[in-house]
Design a binder for this molecule. Structure first.
Ligand SMILES: Nc1ncnc2c1ncn2[C@@H]1O[C@H](COP(=O)(O)OP(=O)(O)OP(=O)(O)O)[C@@H](O)[C@H]1O
Ligand SMILES: [Mg+2]
Length: 506
C-alpha cells in the first residue's frame, strides 16, 4: 500500500434537519486519481467543503489528517496553506475582474506594496500555460465563455502548488477536447506525485481516468473499488441502491403535427457586432417528438434557443406555432404562446434560491393561483404539491428553500414551474448537467411522459449517449450553422461528432 497522504476519519456533519454525512472515513494516497461518486445529495461536496475549510473545524465531528498529522482548518486559507486546492462545482470567479486579477485574488502581496503589474501578468501567463489556455491575462472574465472561465479556475488552483487537488465536477461545462486536456493535466500531476480527488456525474470519464472509486450514498461510504475491479453496473447499483438495467427509458410515442417551426434564425454575436453566433437556422418539432440538438460547447445552441424564447434579440427569423406565425420579443411573449425554456444555468435564471419550493413552482403561474390579484395560499399549495409529488422532488416539505436542494432536485423544481404552465413546446438546455444517474432516469421518464401528452420537446445535450438514446431526431450545429440531421435510431457518436466538427479545428 502506498502511503495515505490524507485521511478523513469518522466525519459527521448535520444541517438543520439533514444529516449530510454520517461517520464517513476515507483515505487518499500519494499519486492517485481518486473519484468519489454518488447520487445528488449523497454528501460529496459537503465532505470536500469540510476538507477545504469552508466548513470550519468546529462545525462537524471527526478529524482530518494530512501526512499522518491532525489538521484543524478554520478557514479555506489554512487548507490552502496545507496544500489542498479546490475547484468548486459552482464557479466562484469575479466576472468583472480580469484573468490575472482572478488568478491572484487575495494574494497581491507577492507582487509588492505597489503592485508590480508587469510581473503579475507574466506570472499569469505562466499559469495559463499550465492549462494550455491562450487568453490575454488582461481580458475581463465576463468576456470569456464558461469553459475558459473553468480552465482559469483550474489554473488558479494550480497556482497554489497544491499536494492535493480536489475537482468537484470540473468538466460539467467543458467540451470533450477540453475535458481531455484537463485529464491530461491531472495525469501529469499524478505522475509528479500529486493526488487528485475527482467528483463527477460523468461516469464514462470516471471509469476511464480514476485509479480508485469511492461510492457514497445517503451521507455514507458504501464501497471503494480499485481500477482492476471496476464494474460499471456494480458501481451504479451501489450509487442508486438498486440495480439499473437500462439507463434510458425511451419509449416510442406517436409523432403528430408540427407544433413549432423555426425559420431562418440568425443571432448577432454578443461581443462582435460584425459576426453572427447563429446563422440562418431552421428546424421544426412535432407533437410527441423529442428533438435533440447536438454540437460542441460554443456552437450556438443555447444562443439559438435563447433567441427563440425571446431572452436575447435575434437578427432575423420567423416562428410558427401550429402553422400560425407568432411574434416573440420577450420571454413573456414566448410563455404566452406556450413555449417553456429550462435554461442551462438553472442557478442564474431557473429558480430563486432563497424562496421555497412552493413559491418557485408557482412563480410563472401566479394568475392561476390568485383571486382578485391576491395569491390564494391553499390553491398555491395544492398546485405546487401536485408537481412536487408527480416529479418526486426529494425534500421534507414544500417550504424548503430551493438553494439547499441538490442539483437534480432543483432541476425538478424548475421543470415543475414550467409544467404548471402547460406548455406546447418544452425546450431543455442541458437538462441533466450535474445530475446523478438515478435522477437522470427520472427526468427522462418525465420527458417521455410529456411527449406522450403531445408536448414537443427540444433538448440540447452535450452528452452523446443521452442525445442518441432519448431523441427521435437529432440536428447538429457547428459554428452557428446547422450541419446535419440524423434519425435518432441510426445516430452514432461518430456521426454526431463528425457533424459537430464541420469546419472547426480541434
Ligand atoms: N448549506 C446547506 N444547508 C442545508 N442542507 C444542505 C446544505 N448543503 C448541503 N445540504 C444537504 O446535505 C446533503 C448533501 O449535499 P451535498 O451537496 O454534499 O451532496 P452532493 O453529493 O455534492 O450532491 P450533488 O451531486 O448534487 O452535487 C443534501 O441532502 C443537501 O440537501
Ligand atoms: Mg456536489
Amino acid at each position: 500500500m502506498p502511503e495515505a497522504i490524507l485521511k478523513m476519519e469518522h466525519i459527521t456533519k448535520e444541517f438543520p434537519g439533514v444529516k449530510a454525512l454520517a461517520d464517513v472515513t476515507i483515505e487518499a494516497y500519494k499519486g492517485e486519481i481518486l473519484s468519489i461518486v454518488g447520487e445528488n445529495g449523497a454528501g460529496k461536496s459537503t465532505l470536500m467543503k469540510i476538507l477545504s475549510g469552508s466548513y470550519p473545524h468546529d462545525t462537524y465531528e471527526g478529524r482530518i489528517l494530512t501526512g499522518g498529522k491532525e489538521v484543524r482548518f478554520l478557514s479555506t486559507g489554512q487548507s490552502e496553506e496545507a496544500g489542498i486546492a479546490m475547484i468548486y462545482q459552482e464557479l466562484n470567479m469575479h466576472l468583472d475582474l480580469n484573468v490575472a486579477e482572478n488568478l491572484f485574488l487575495g494574494r497581491w502581496k507577492q507582487f509588492g506594496k505597489m503592485i508590480d503589474w508587469k510581473q503579475l501578468y507574466q506570472k499569469a501567463e505562466e499559469y495559463l500555460k499550465m492549462v494550455d489556455l491562450k487568453v490575454d491575462p488582461r481580458e475581463i472574465l465576463r468576456n470569456l465563455n464558461t469553459s475558459r472561465q473553468q480552465l482559469i479556475s483550474i489554473a488558479r488552483a494550480l497556482s497554489h502548488r497544491p499536494k492535493i487537488l480536489v475537482l468537484d465536477e470540473p468538466t460539467a461545462s467543458l467540451t470533450l477536447a477540453e475535458s481531455e486536456k484537463l485529464f491530461a493535466i491531472m495525469h501529469q500531476l499524478k505522475e509528479q506525485g500529486y493526488t487528485c480527488i475527482l467528483i463527477s456525474h460523468k461516469l464514462d470519464e470516471v471509469f476511464e481516468y480514476s485509479d480508485r472509486i469511492i461510492v457514497m450514498r445517503d451521507g455514507m461510504v458504501i464501497n471503494s473499488h480499485e481500477k482492476a475491479q471496476f464494474d460499471q453496473s456494480v458501481i451504479i447499483a451501489e450509487m442508486v441502491g438498486r440495480k439499473m438495467g437500462n439507463l434510458y427509458p425511451k419509449e416510442t410515442v406517436p409523432i403528430g403535427e408540427t407544433v413549432l417551426r423555426v425559420e431562418g434564425f440568425s443571432v448577432p454575436h454578443p461581443q462582435n457586432a460584425k459576426k453572427r453566433i447563429v446563422e440562418d437556422i431552421s428546424f421544426e418539432v412535432h407533437q410527441g417528438e423529442i428533438l435533440g440538438i447536438g454540437g460542441l460547447v460554443g456552437a450556438g445552441r443555447s444562443e439559438l434557443v435563447d433567441a427563440v424564447f425571446g431572452k436575447t434579440a435575434k437578427q432575423s427569423g420567423r416562428l410558427y406555432m401550429n402553422n400560425r406565425e407568432i411574434r416573440i420579443n420577450t420571454p413573456a411573449d414566448a410563455i404566452a404562446n406556450g413555449i417553456a425554456l429550462v435554461t442551462e444555468d438553472r442557478k442564474a435564471d431557473g429558480f430563486v434560491g432563497g424562496m421555497s419550493i412552493q413559491n418557485n413552482i408557482t412563480l410563472a403561474s401566479l394568475k392561476e393561483i390568485g383571486r382578485y390579484g391576491m395569491i390564494n395560499a391553499s390553491l398555491e399549495e395544492k398546485a405546487a404539491r401536485k408537481y412536487f409529488e408527480e416529479l418526486k422532488v426529494k425534500a421534507n416539505h414544500l417550504n424548503v428553500r430551493v438553494n439547499t436542494l441538490s442539483g437534480g432536485n432543483q432541476q425538478k423544481v424548475v421543470l415543475s414551474k414550467w409544467l404548471m404552465r402547460h406548455p406546447k413546446v418544452l425546450i431543455l438546455d442541458e437538462p441533466t448537467r450535474g445530475i446523478d444517474v438515478g435522477t437522470k432516469y427520472e427526468i427522462y421518464k418525465i420527458m417521455v411522459g410529456l411527449a406522450k401528452q403531445g408536448i414537443g420537446i427540444v433538448m440540447i445535450s452535450s452528452e452523446l449517449p443521452e442525445l442518441i438514446s432519448m431523441s427521435d431526431r437529432i440536428i447538429v450545429l457547428a459554428n452557428g450553422r446547422l450541419t446535419g440531421e440524423l434519425n435518432g435510431r441510426n445516430a452514432t457518436q461518430e456521426k454526431i461528432m463528425e457533424l459537430a466538427t464541420v469546419g472547426t479545428v480541434i
